[in-house]
Design a protein around this ligand. Structure first.
Ligand code: GDP
Length: 345
């Protein structure tokens, strides 16, 4: 953290003015595990969300696929295409392995050479954290910050390992899955559930001697999606091919993304989706907060320390011990709520 912390006003004004250094510092606050940093971050985000003159929704797009499918290359291609169209593009990432390594290979600027030097693009690697939930929450808050700084498209990169896609799906408008030419999903190591979440399926590397294989994969997935449950939004997922390396087919991807946005905007699905996501994150934050409050509570700690040995030695059932700990916590919490009430009166 820089030694001279900025005031909440300075963060808010800097972000609204599109100052990248202030934006970067605000994201660092969001990513910090220190409660005092998080308190400032919350205030900054609160102020940004409250402002009356908010611009139209940005377009939040998750981009996922197995390692090596070409996510970084695709983001470089789509990102520069969008910048040329006048968009301002933020690239973020959710990488659960950063929870372990403390660093991230995703969103690596050196892999997005053109985009990283663009005035109209902002690239931020995945936050680290001790759980996927923590990493995802930080990314979700970072989205709000980059939007306030004027970025109109958010490309959220995620690795194809399962849970991080679910997190990315819960904070984006469009879910784009990159695929390899040729193989069906079981051969590509992608879980069917992930394929079912996709709004756009894009077979990448459709170039040189792989064009025919890419077409084959396209036909295979077009068939496969007919068997999936229909999306409640009324959208039928589209299957396209592209070459991120040759920058071929990127415009078709964007045409499809715009068609998706138009359909959902017209039928109310867009707003409905964002409301559902806000509700999901409210509940997630509550769950997280409840767990933390619970485990830090003195009565709980005391009870657990007393009961755990009995459970481990088989003298008490785990369920009875949990029940008793919860009961103690509830009674104690009600007592303390009662006493706060009496002070206020
Ligand atoms: P990621 O791991 O999904 O981010 O994949 P990368 O973007 O790092 O790409 C993995 C490899 O595939 C690199 O060597 C890229 O140069 C190559 N690659 C990516 N896109 C294409 C493409 O459209 N065509 C071809 N032929 N190679 C590609």
């Amino acid at each position: 953290m820089p030694r001279n912390p900025l005031s909440v006003d300075a963060y808010v004004n800097g972000i609204l003015a599109g100052d990248r250094i202030v934006l970067g510092r605000a994201i660092t606050l969001v990513e910090s595990s220190k409660p005092e940093h998080q308190a400032v971050a919350r205030e900054v985000i609160g102020r940004l969300l409250e402002r009356p003159d908010k611009p139209a929704d940005s377009y939040r797009i998750a981009i996922t696929g197995s390692p090596g499918v070409g996510k970084s290359t695709f983001i470089e291609a789509l990102g520069t295409y969008l910048v040329d169209q006048g968009e301002r593009v933020a690239v973020l990432a959710i990488d659960p392995s950063s929870a372990v390594s403390g660093g991230s290979i995703l969103g690596d600027k050196t892999r997005m050479e053109q985009l990283s030097v663009s005035e109209r693009a902002f690239i931020r690697p995945s936050p680290s954290g001790d759980s996927l939930g923590g990493v995802a929450r930080k990314t979700r808050e970072t989205i709000l910050l980059v939007e306030a700084a004027g970025y109109t498209t958010v490309l959220l990169e995620t690795v194809g390992v399962g849970q991080s896609e679910v997190a990315a799906h819960s904070m984006t408008d469009l879910f784009l899955l990159l695929l390899l030419p040729g193989a069906g999903d079981e051969l590509q190591g992608i879980k069917r559930g992930i394929v079912e979440m996709a709004d756009l399926l894009v077979v990448n590397k459709a170039d040189n001697d792989r064009i025919a294989l890419a077409k084959q994969a396209q036909a295979w997935y077009r068939n496969a999606i007919h068997l999936f449950p229909a999306q409640s939004s009324g959208w039928t997922p589209r299957v396209l091919t592209c070459s991120a390396q040759e920058k071929n087919g990127i415009d078709e991807v964007w045409v499809a993304a715009k068609a998706y946005r138009k359909l959902l905007t017209d039928n109310g699905g867009w707003t409905e989706n964002r409301r559902r996501q806000a509700q999901y994150w409210l509940r997630e934050a509550l769950h997280e907060g409840l767990l933390r409050t619970f485990y830090n509570h003195p009565a709980v700690r005391q009870r657990l320390a007393a009961l755990e040995p009995a459970v481990l030695e088989g003298r008490m059932s785990p369920f009875a011990a949990a029940e008793e700990t919860l009961r103690n916590w509830t009674i104690d919490s009600i007592d303390s709520i009662g006493s706060i009430g009496s002070i206020e009166r």
